[in-house]
Design a protein around this ligand. Sequence first.
Ligand code: NAP
Length: 321
Amino acid sequence: MTNSISTRLAVLGSGPAGYTAAIYAARAGLSPIVIQGIQPGGQLTITTDVENYPGFRDVIQGPWLMEEMQAQAEHVGAKTVWDHIVSVDFSRRPFVLTGDSGTQYHADAVVIATGAQARWLGLPSEEHMKNKGVSACATCDGFFFRGKKVAVIGGGNTAVEEALYMTNHTTDVTLVHRRDSLRAEKILQERLFANPHVKVIWDSEVAEFVGGGDPETLVGLDLKSKLTGEVSRLSVEGAFVAIGHKPATGLFAGQLDLDEDGYIKVEAGTTNTSIPGVFACGDVMDKIYRQAVTAAGTGCMAALDAEKYLAAQEYEALAAE
Ligand code: NAP
């Protein structure tokens, strides 16, 4: 027999957006269920040092921060479930969510906080050098490379913004792009080309991330020219892979409005999706800021939007009686 759970509010995803939504919803008396998903704790569980989350003077660890958020959410009354939603039906009321475990969740409202994953180049040496000089977020980790030589890989808005951001920390930034022109907006390109601290290496891809020393840290990138096939070494101590993100929205395609990059569309200034009662927060709807603190902020908004929606539903039901 199918296990069935009914809840006023289901929160999908357990990163800063999901747990913040759960904390606010629990404190509003909605007894939310947080369905943790495939990576409990989200992207912060695969980073180490966090120095930009307000409230902590010392460097904290990403996994620890997420454990604290989970504990806080549970302390105020949210229930955490270790399950992964494999299908949703937003055409029915209550909404029906089916878990990998076989459990069916029936929810009056849903907050989607399933996040996004950075795209990586996929080289074994990239995997090996993560947290040893290779990162996918200059805003998060750039500070650790003050005064050092760094590279940013990619040619879109994110790569150009990250390269410009890094000039706040160092005067030696190299953008490595696989083609001979950038995809980024013209205004960003103009700023990049005008910045004396950034040089661009065109038509090149990373063949290897090179480590050295003890403990091992990044010492360079082996770059392969796409024109000549020649490989040359670029000495850097930090490298930021900025080749895009993939929002976790496959589950919602055909049911919710998504933008051209697959992010959930929300009504400006709210977390309202194209279906009343379904709200989206965090990186799954934000391709610009992508910070733990902005995810937490929109998580709070989603809980408040959901609370308002559920109160209106209740009022309508009472008025109809
Ligand atoms: P993006 O626009 O998809 O650009 C990805 C870049 O990475 C492209 O230049 C691409 O090269 C390169 N790339 C992809 N796969 C690669 C590979 N395997 N090896 C080497 N290079 C690779 O991604 P994004 O810059 O993260 O932006 C995503 C979306 O968010 C866009 O819609 C963007 O406008 C938006 N965004 C907006 C802002 C803003 O408004 N301030 C800021 C950030 C992002 P090619 O050019 O050769 O394809």
